[in-house]
Design a protein around this ligand. Sequence first.
Ligand code: ADP
Ligand code: MG
Length: 141
Amino acid sequence: MPLKKLVDLSIPSSQDYLPQVDSFVEKLLKATKFPKDDLDDVAISVSEAVNNAILHGNQSDESKKVFIKVYLSKKYIRISVRDEGGGFKPERVPDPTEDENLLKASGRGLLIMQHLMDRLAFKPTSKGTEIILDKFCPEGC
Ligand SMILES: Nc1ncnc2c1ncn2[C@@H]1O[C@H](COP(=O)(O)OP(=O)(O)O)[C@@H](O)[C@H]1O
Ligand SMILES: [Mg+2]
């Protein structure tokens, strides 16, 4: 399935850029046949992924960047978010649904992305961690 790259964007590691990324991705998706009802799911997931890349991956080091790419195929929209950090092991992250973690305010981003998106993949690369978020377009994109 050919994937068409719609966007190739990079931002410094600061949360100041989150609203810009958010409105940019939203505008872009609105211009496709992507279902409007699913826009918020994608927007929330992208902001969780970019936030993690800034805070955990790049540890807010503004000399490091977060790379955001948006792809479209006939069946799904794909957003890739890459940081320049040392990576992590998703299976070692504490389960936020365990009793001992229920009252913690943090640690829910990965779970939220898993629920809101249709497919989630982590790719450790030599240049940092890449997270790939896919959402299907039920009627075609
Ligand atoms: N891009 C990343 N680089 C390094 N560690 C990450 C990254 N994304 C997530 N993590 C790790 O996974 C944990 C869980 O992430 P998340 O569920 O978003 O919760 P929170 O961001 O509130 O800690 C983080 O605390 C961090 O240890
Ligand atoms: Mg997070």
